[in-house]
Structures are given as C-alpha cells and as structure tokens.
Design a binder for this molecule. Structure first.
Ligand code: FAD
Length: 499
C-alpha cells in the first residue's frame, strides 16, 4: 500500500507516536501504540491517508493554543499540517463525521481566539506555494504571506504588486481574505479591499468538498467566504489581481495636535490626485492627543513627485521620507519585527478594538472617544490608527461596513492596545474587554459604525446577527448548505459556539 504518511508526533523522549484513528466514544485521537495495546477497542475510526502530518504531541498542540492577543486559550486535540488540499478535504470530512470542530489557522494574528478550536487546528502555512504569476494575476496557496507574494511580484519584469496590502504583511492570504483585508500600506483610497481583488477561490467546505468559486461560479459560496470569517469554507487557493508597481515611494509625515486641523488636512489629502496612500496614527496622551498623517506617492526615479502641488492647502509642515517601494511596503513589518525581537511582542496581551466609521461621524467620533482614553488604553507599544476607504470601491457584500450616507468615505479606526509586559495586573483583561464592549455599543448606536472583526470585542450570536444585518439570511443559508454540521471555525462564535 502507498504509505500512510506517518503522523509523527514526537511524544515522549525519542518515542514517535503515529495517529491511526479517532475514538468517537472517548473523543480522542488514537496512536498506533495505543491501538496495539488495546486491540479490544476497535471502535476507533481510521483516519484517512494523508500527504502531510497530523500531530498530537504536546509541543505542537501548545503552540496553537492562543493567538496574537494572548487572551483566549484553547488547546486542540490535534494539529494538521496539510501536505495537500486533499489532506484538508479528507480531515474536514473525517472531523464532520465525528463532530470534531475544525479551525484553519493562518498567522493567528487576530486577538480574541478567532482561529482556535478544541478539536482540530489546521496550520495553513504548510500550503504556501505560488502556482502562477503573470502580468495581471497570481494563483497562490492560502497559507502564503502577503510579504512573500509582494516580493515575488516585485521581482518579476516588469514589476508587479498586489493592489491592496495590509500594514503588516506577514499575514496569510487566507486569513486576511477571511476578514476583508484593508489597505494598511498599499491601496485603500481608491482600490477597495483585498477581497475586491480576488478572481477565483478554491475552498474546502464544511462537508470536505473541494469547490472552485468566483463571482460567476458558485457565487453564494464566493460571497460567503470572502470576509466570511471562515464560517462556510476553508480557502485553500486564491487567484488574485496584480497591478504595475513603481520603484520608489515618497511619504509625507504631517503632525497635528488638534482634531479639526488634522481632519481638514486629511480630507484634502485623500481627495488629492497623485496621492496613492494615506493613513494616520493618533495617540491618547491624556487631554492633548496628537495625530500624524502618512501620505505616500509611488513613483519612478525619473519622475519624482512635485511636493508643492501635492501638499497645496495643507497646514502642517511635512517631513519627507524617500524609500524603495518594498522598503516602504515592509515598513510596519520592520517595526513589528523589532518589537518582536526586543520586547517579546508575541507574548504581550493585546485587547485590540477595530471598527468602521462612516465619513459623516468619524471626526466627531475620534474627538469624543480620544477624550475618554488614558495612555494605558493604547500603551507604549500599541497604536491608534485610522485608514480611509472610498466607499464606491468596496464591491463585496462582506465585510460589513456602515450604511451609506452623504459622505463618499468610510474609515477604519483601530485602538490597538498592547499591555506593557507579559504579566498583566489582575483585572486588566476584564477591564479592557469591558471597555471594548462599551466602545463598540457606542460606535454602533451613536455613530453608525460597524465592527471590523479582527480584535477583541465579546460578541454573542445575537450581536453577530445584528452585525451582519441584511447579509445574515444569505450567510446563514450558505452555512446550512456548506457547513451543515457547524464544524468550521468555532472561535468566531458567529453561529453560537461562544454563547
Ligand atoms: C500588526 C498587524 C497589522 C495589521 N494590519 C492590518 C491591515 O492593514 N489591514 C487589515 O485588514 N488587517 C490588518 N491586520 C489584521 C489582520 O488582517 C487579521 O488579524 C487577519 O486575520 C490576520 O491574518 P492571519 O493569517 O493571521 O489570520 P488568522 O488570524 O490565522 O485567521 C483569521 C480568521 O480566519 C480564519 N482563517 C484563517 N485562514 C483561513 C483560511 N485559509 N480560510 C478560511 N478561514 C481562515 C481563522 O480561523 C480565523 O478565524 C493587522 C494585524 C496585525 C497583527
């Protein structure tokens, strides 16, 4: 028989355990040694043959018990490192049969247990090949990092780039497409979200079926998976748009200490032809918050940007940073890599808060909310961030954004709180989660905002229904069709797992 690739688990000194089955009665995986020792327990179901590994050892399971937030902890019973899409399909089918919850795990950079499960965690990073790279598209495995794709596309002749890139790029394609993917460093103004640049997906549904879907083919699945929080399928491959990349980036840094002047200049810059990307940072230094706009122009070396016309009417004096395109694209990665190496970033508690605001209320919102924040609400390693998005460029039903109004703009606001050290004072997490609940209720009820579900806001199934609004019936229908036994991605709590 072609080898059942051993699921080596390294349990115990020198001993390697091979998983051969799942005991539906005991609810546990069975190793070959256990099966041999207790031949009378023949009730265990045989796991399918795999190209990759199914690990049961403590180290593999411990490594996936939490996410970047370090708030929720859940230990899975097994970890799959798929060697192929077939492995994902076979194990989902198997888990469904035995009612074992399954969570795909990208880089696990959400902060409230969204990708955890007590059943099977699938490490999507095992699948990270670029299958095709042409002048206008790339076909990639879902476990690839955007950084890896950006480097490969830029190395091509002529140079290419994904039209939208998240601020931090060591995130998986499958992970950000499941939440939406706003253009933290590239795109955003007039380019929509990452989900707006997907031509086709390969998805393993909750029944284990492998389906290719697009706007025209199985569009109900396509609509339910992009921005769909892993509820209806596991993205295994994506065909993504690529666009021409310029060689250089010039960034104007503009500082403010009052809300009104900051927003006046922000509105000028987001409408200014020639500006390719804008985001802003804010702090909560007691009663006098500060704001910094980062406005960037991509260009060829022979045609540098004309600073005067680009900044006409702007009241702040700019500091100018000139870099190569990729140096700019990876600037947040450079910062995070630094705090990861020096401050133990991965282990710090991060009760993040992330919402969309309509253009009509964002100025009032930020002014009001910043008055309520203390320095602890962001922390020395945290950040307050604002990302503009032209509403007309967002074309997908998900993620949910605020209702349309008079303004053509919407904004993502992040209050990315980071605790000062790995050991937080008692009550810190509860205090921050209560703050997030309070802020979310205010954002939604007073300012017409919606949740951007990457952070740490406790949500009941009822909250989710309200959040999805008129998209809810379609999402629920897709869930019933594609994950009828509700095994996929329980950590989100969308269909009640967390109630
Ligand atoms: C420093 C930093 C900067 C960020 N900047 C941005 C930004 O600019 N724009 C932005 O939009 N977001 C940003 N984010 C948030 C980020 O997009 C989300 O946290 C995203 O989920 C991270 O991708 P991941 O690979 O870590 O996914 P995970 O956290 O591993 O997964 C997210 C969810 O999707 C599910 N999932 C994972 N893979 C798949 C798959 N293949 N198919 C189906 N479901 C899957 C998981 O189970 C989980 O529920 C940032 C996060 C960090 C830490």
């Amino acid at each position: 028989m072609i080898g059942r690739r051993a699921f080596l688990t390294g349990a115990g000194a020198g001993a390697a355990a091979v998983v051969v089955g799942f005991d539906p009665l005991g609810g546990g995986w069975v190793t070959r040694a256990e099966a041999a020792a207790r031949p009378e327990r023949s009730s265990f179901a045989r796991v399918p043959e795999l190209d990759g590994e199914l690990a049961l050892d403590a180290a593999s399971r411990d490594a996936v018990t939490t996410d970047l937030g370090n708030i929720v902890h859940q230990r899975p019973r097994a970890v799959l490192r798929p060697g192929s899409v077939r492995d994902v399909s076979r194990m989902v089918r198997f888990c469904r049969e035995h009612r074992v919850p399954v969570a795909p795990r990208g880089q696990a950079h959400t902060t409230y247990g969204q990708g955890l499960a007590d059943g099977l965690v699938i490490e999507m990073r095992s699948l990270r090949r670029i299958h095709a790279l042409t002048a206008d598209r790339a076909e990639v495995d879902a476990g690839i990092h955007w950084m890896e794709l950006a480097k490969a596309a830029f190395a091509r002749t002529p140079r290419r780039t994904p039209p939208v890139l998240t601020g931090y790029t060591q995130l998986t394609v499958g992970g950000t497409l499941s939440v939406g993917g706003i253009g933290g460093i590239v795109g955003g103004l007039d380019s929509g979200l990452q989900v707006d640049h997907v031509r086709e997906l390969e998805v393993v549904t909750g029944t284990g079926e492998v389906v290719r879907c697009s706007r025209r083919r199985r569009s109900d699945l396509f609509d339910a998976v992009l921005g769909g929080l892993g509820q209806c399928g596991i993205i295994t491959k994506a065909v993504l748009d690529l666009v021409p990349a310029k060689e250089r980036a010039r960034t104007y840094l503009l500082g403010y200490d009052d809300n009104a002047r900051f927003f006046r200049d922000l509105r000028i810059l987001i409408e200014r032809p020639g500006i390719d990307h804008v985001y802003a940072e804010f702090t909560s230094a007691g009663t006098s918050p500060t704001y910094t706009i980062h406005a960037t122009v991509f260009h060829e070396p022979a045609a540098p940007p004309k600073d005067g016309p680009l900044l006409a009417g702007v009241s702040a004096t700019p500091e100018i940073q000139d870099t190569g395109y990729l140096e700019y694209v990876f600037s947040i990665d450079t910062l995070i890599d630094e705090v990861r190496a020096t401050q133990g970033w991965d282990r710090l508690v991060k009760p993040w808060f992330d919402v969309w605001l309509p253009g009509e209320t964002v100025e009032r919102y930020l002014g009001d909310v910043l008055k309520t924040l203390t320095p602890k609400d962001i922390g020395p390693l945290g950040a307050g961030l604002l990302y503009p998005q032209r509403r007309s460029e967002k074309g997908r039903p998900l993620p949910r954004v605020p209702e349309a109004g008079a303004s053509p703009w919407m904004f993502v606001i992040d209050i990315n709180t980071v605790a000062e050290g790995p050991d937080v004072e008692p009550g810190y997490v509860a205090e921050m989660l209560a703050r997030n609940e309070r802020l979310y209720a205010r954002t939604r009820d007073e300012y017409g905002g919606t949740l951007y579900p990457i952070g740490s806001v406790p949500m009941t199934a009822r909250d989710w229904r309200a959040h999805f609004g008129d998209v809810w019936p379609k999402l629920r229908a897709a869930k019933r069709r594609y994950d009828p036994d509700g095994v996929l991605t329980p950590g989100q709590g969308v269909f009640g797992h967390r109630d």
